[in-house]
Design a protein. Structure first.
Length: 462
């Protein structure tokens, strides 16, 4: 018998024979790592660019919305581009070199919107759309060179931003306000500083709403001067104050605005330490009959105090607030009184505002001010305004021909009138200065725009 023997052998491979497979695996891993790095770096870069584009688009929409209602659509579009991220514009970014901006207009009728649109031919909102092509870096090895991004923002016209307001206006009526004003006041041929101030107040009142915009007619006001559904309420104070509240009626009558027989004179002016009556008109909402109506000079003592037209029966030379003189300038206590009035007679749902107009040169005689209050009269006013700010009140300060001389606050060692007015304001955005005895209308327009600001809303709002 023949035995067969089978020999079994093992296949032998040279050392390193599997390097081809390892190289492939390493290459795949490197591609994955590059892809991950590209994703991390480039996506982070794109997200940052997207954030910048959205911020600039928000700014463009807010700026454009400020123009709605007072400018053409062409001008609104130009304003949007001015504040966009386009090259050379106010919100341009170096890493967004090719931004384009487009605007569209909306007629929103959303219930509760403060500025509803009733005519499709007009617009109460503007939508700004910004697009940009962002360069990529590591992702280029995968064939992706750029990425397109977009940002959208919609702004609604003025009136959409703040809550209802309680506004107390304080006007300087010391004797210096009888000097001439170089500004232009409608109907007044030779205006005085007081005329310019009163005209500025009228501009502000024209911008505020006695009742919601959507309501139309506000309805009849009650005996206290309040409509049934008030929105912005406004009061008026003066300094120096009067000896009796009964004399206040002469601040809204048609008598001459200088010392005259038959109207009040310097003898009616109270010392600051003698319980002066500062309030010409407490907070009311009867100054207009609707949000878009004319000033109600026929039915509002507030309007009569600052206006000779608009339904008032006065002439342009004999109307409203007077400045006969009698005592010097001291305004710490009137600022405190204004804040007290807002706190006690204002509404808990309203935003509190004080608007203070003066030359800022406090320096009343020691016999006319409260005991111990002669020194540092300007600083006392700053402290009073700071207390109002701490209570949540926005304090606007209008320096009218305020001296920048370091000695212009004669009772303070290191304050000028200008510095005093500057520090009375809640912050730098609420301080305004008219260095000469000129027009105040532009300043009050800016205050009105600040109080009745735009707001950004949902892009899908109807």
């Amino acid at each position: 018998m023949t035995r067969r023997v089978f020999a079994h052998t093992r296949a032998r491979h040279p050392l390193g024979d599997d390097t081809g497979q390892a190289a492939v695996m390493i290459a795949v891993a490197l591609i994955a790592l590059i892809g991950l790095a590209a994703f991390t770096i480039d996506v982070g870069y794109v997200l940052n660019a997207r954030k910048q584009l959205q911020a600039s688009t928000d700014a463009a929409a807010a700026a454009a919305a400020q123009e709605l209602g007072s400018a053409s659509r062409t001008a609104v579009t130009a304003k949007a581009r001015e504040y966009s991220a386009e090259s050379g514009r106010k919100n341009a970014y170096g890493n967004l070199p090719n931004v384009s901006t487009a605007t569209s207009f909306k007629c929103l009728t959303t219930i509760g919107l403060p500025t509803p649109c009733t005519n499709p031919a007009t617009a109460n909102a503007v939508t700004v759309t910004s697009t940009a092509t962002v360069p990529l870096f590591l992702a280029r090895v995968l064939g992706f060179n750029t990425m397109n991004i977009q940002a959208v923002a919609t702004g609604v016209m003025k009136g959409g931003g703040p809550p209802p307001l309680d506004v107390m206006i304080i006007v300087d009526t010391t004797a210096s306000m009888n000097s001439n004003c170089s500004g232009s006041v409608p109907g007044v041929s030779n205006p005085r500083k007081l005329d310019c101030a009163k005209y500025g107040v009228r501009i502000l009142l024209n911008s505020l709403w006695p009742c919601p915009y959507s309501q139309g007619n506000c309805g009849a006001a009650n005996a206290g001067g309040h409509v049934s559904n008030p929105y912005d309420e406004v009061g008026l104070m003066i300094f120096p104050g009067l000896k009796t509240s009964s004399s206040m009626s002469q601040e809204w009558d048609c008598s001459t605005n200088v010392t005259s027989s038959g109207n009040y004179s310097s003898w009616d002016i109270a010392r600051y330490n003698d319980s002066p009556q500062y309030t010409v008109q407490g907070l009311v909402s009867n100054y207009k009959t609707s949000a878009t109506g004319a000033l109600n000079g026929g039915g509002s003592n507030l309007i009569k105090a600052v206006d000779w037209a608009d339904g008032n029966s006065c002439s342009s030379s004999t109307y409203g607030l007077e400045s006969p003189g009698g005592v010097g300038t001291y305004f710490a206590t009137v600022i405190t009184a204004a804040q007290s009035a807002l706190a006690t007679t204002g509404r808990s749902t309203a935003g509190n505002v004080i608007i203070f107009v003066s030359d800022g040169d406090a320096g009343a005689d020691s016999a006319d001010v409260p005991s111990g209050a002669y020194n540092n009269q300007c600083q006392q006013a700053i402290t009073a305004a700071a207390a109002a700010k701490a209570a949540g009140t926005a304090v606007y300060s209008v320096a009218y021909e305020a001296s920048t001389s370091g000695s212009s606050c004669s009772t303070d060692s290191s304050l000028s009138a200008y510095q005093t007015m500057q520090q009375i304001a809640s912050d730098s955005t609420k301080f305004f200065s008219q260095p000469t005895a000129g027009d105040l209308s532009g300043i009050f327009q800016k205050i009105a725009a600040d109080l009745t600001t735009t707001r950004l809303i949902d892009d899908d709002a109807q």
